[in-house]
Design a protein around this ligand. Structure first.
Ligand SMILES: [Mn+2]
Length: 243
């Protein structure tokens, strides 16, 4: 069967030598196990190389990592904003807009859901404990594979609900930021019990743009819903003929 090429964005060191690009292997395994061919997309690739790679990609996974520069959504920087990489912001915001414009399937994870929102003109809560204090610890101290809070998914007519195969999932949580004002064309479709947005999507049956605030790549070993997310993006990428 045709194996689609799925771009996976990477983290990058900030103000540290040597410069490194890196990604948790869990993303690579999750895409590979779903039948995709993972291709790592690092910041600092030239515009020419990115354009050439883009022509070959069938799908895109945006990964977790440091914070987006709040200047990207017109705000001053909260003191807890950390690990900002201008190069990573630039690459990922650009790729996201291309994916949306050209209808390339996109799964946006953790930082990724935030990149998706900012790319479409939305804003972020820059620090949940400071700006939206509540009973849920979104920066869990438990192991990454351990779910720590519930997420409820909107039932009626959501792509996320159909893909997950369930409307209630227990998720891990490793984020101190979240979506505030939604970007153009996005709708919120999943929430933590404290109201923090944990899932978004773009409407349209012909469109696959999903964002989740949790880390399904760490849950694939125990959770069918997490596996379903990767299976879905690979499946849509496979059916989409770009060549
Ligand atoms: Mn959370």
């Amino acid at each position: 069967m045709f194996a689609p090429l799925i771009g996976i964005t990477t983290s990058v060191t900030v103000d540290k030598a040597p410069e490194r690009a890196y990604v948790n292997i869990a993303y690579v395994r999750a895409v590979q196990d779903a039948g995709g061919i993972p291709l790592l997309l690092t910041p600092h690739l030239s515009a020419e190389v990115v354009a050439a790679l883009w022509q070959r990609l069938d799908g895109l996974v945006l990964t977790g990592g440091g914070d987006i520069d709040p200047a990207r959504f017109g705000q001053a920087r909260h003191p807890r904003v950390d690990d900002v990489s201008a190069a990573r912001d630039e690459l990922e915001l650009g790729l996201t807009r291309r994916a949306v414009d050209e209808n390339v399937p996109l799964l946006a994870i953790c930082r990724g859901i935030q990149v998706l929102n900012v790319a479409l003109g939305g804003t972020l809560v820059q620090d949940i404990p400071d700006e939206r204090p509540g009973p849920i610890a979104h920066s869990q101290t438990e192991p990454r594979q351990q779910p720590t809070h519930a997420v409820k998914v909107m039932g009626e007519g959501t792509r996320l609900g159909r893909v997950l195969g369930t409307l209630e999932v227990d998720v891990n949580s490793m984020h101190h930021q979240a979506i505030d004002r939604l970007g153009a064309g996005l709708r919120e479709v999943a929430w933590a019990p404290d109201g923090i947005i944990e899932g978004v999507e773009m409407s349209g049956d012909d469109r696959f743009v999903l964002g989740v605030q949790w880390h399904p790549e760490e849950l694939v070993g125990r959770d069918r819903a997490a596996r379903n997310l990767f299976a879905a993006v690979v499946d849509v990428a496979r059916r989409r003929v770009r060549r």
